[in-house]
Ligand binder design. Structure first.
Ligand SMILES: C[S@@+](CC[C@H](N)C(=O)[O-])C[C@H]1O[C@@H](n2cnc3c(N)ncnc32)[C@H](O)[C@@H]1O
Length: 298
């Protein structure tokens, strides 16, 4: 893997050795353990109270004391149930896939769930603290041996060809939505509001590496823009599939999906009986995709 990526298991050690100046920026929280979440103590910031109440939705293993988060990650980690669903969905659609790239990996909510089902997962983030959290959290879930991390701004990494030598089977990204104000908008403009770049640039940078792309987007995203950008970048016949992702009956966001194998996938009708015994947990079939997640607008 060379020196281009940090193996999650040795993240802090490798960062210190290869880039002491970068390490110095996170040395404090690494040494004093201030990013470690003591699950039973409510955070001092009242803004976080609501997120803390639902902390086990973010990481079911949070009570074990090994989960790490920054203030920002309380708001932005993908809830585990959703991340697990998306990983199972990709696994069911792309049974041969080996490599997933999680751009904007944050605290590893998605990276971890992908790493449970795929042998190699790359996580990218421009926050060293977040990469450190991903590495720590991946260790809690016992998947840090499958996770490789890259520090930097996605726009620059992509322009510089940082992943050109990697054969990526699928790209997932949960880009920043620009704070909770997105809910005040009737329609979320994917060119204006999405960060760090608009949807056209973001998708261009991703389609260079893989035709299979999933973006986790605000629930009020402009679907017309999705249709337009799909045709502009992939041709007049191309399709984007949109899954409305719900948790406990609440609409949490949209998964916008590109790539034939992902778009044309149909879940089998729900089957009441248990799956056959020989079906391993690591080889999900379409029975693993709960139909309730499907509310498709193709
Ligand atoms: C919504 S969070 C992702 C949460 C993640 N999926 C999880 O479950 O933990 C977005 C992340 O994007 C990172 N980010 C923002 N702009 C970035 C950029 N230009 N390049 C790389 N990472 C960026 C932030 O540091 C943040 O961790």
């Amino acid at each position: 893997m060379g020196k281009r990526f940090y193996h999650a298991r040795h993240f802090a050690h490798s960062l210190k050795k290869r880039s002491p100046r970068r390490y110095a920026r996170v040395a404090g929280p690494i040494r004093d353990g201030s990013l470690r979440i003591a699950s039973h103590s409510r955070p001092a910031d009242p803004q976080l109270a609501k997120y803390w109440r639902f902390r086990r939705n973010l990481f079911s293993l949070i009570d074990g004391g090994g989960i790490h988060m920054t203030h920002e990650l309380w708001f932005s980690v993908t809830p585990e149930e959703i991340a697990a669903f998306l990983a199972r969905f990709v696994r069911a659609c792309l049974p041969e896939a080996r490599v997933v790239l999680d751009v904007f990996c944050g605290g590893g909510g998605n990276t971890i769930q992908f790493a449970k089902l795929f042998p190699r997962v790359y996580g990218v983030d421009f926050s060293l603290e977040h990469l450190y959290c991903t590495a720590q959290n991946a260790a809690v879930y016992g998947v840090d041996d499958r996770v490789w991390l890259k520090y930097g701004r996605w726009e620059q990494l992509s322009r510089g060809g940082a992943f050109d030598a990697v054969s990526v089977d699928c790209i997932f990204a949960s880009p920043p939505w620009g704070g909770p104000n997105y809910l005040n908008l009737e329609v979320y403009d994917l060119e204006q509001h999405l960060q760090p770049v608009g949807i056209t640039s973001l998708l261009k940078s991703m389609f260079r590496l893989s035709k299979n792309v999933i973006l986790f987007l605000p629930r009020n995203s402009d679907l017309k823009q999705l249709a337009r950008v799909t045709r502009e970048l992939l041709g007049p016949e191309a399709k984007c599939k949109v899954l409305y992702v719900k948790m406990n009956a609440h609409l949490k966001g949209l998964a916008a999906i590109w790539g034939d194998a992902l778009v044309n996938y149909e879940p089998a009708p729900e089957q009441p009986e248990a799956p056959p015994a020989e079906e391993s947990a690591h080889e999900p079939s379409n029975r693993d995709i709960p139909a309730s997640f499907y509310d498709i607008d193709a």
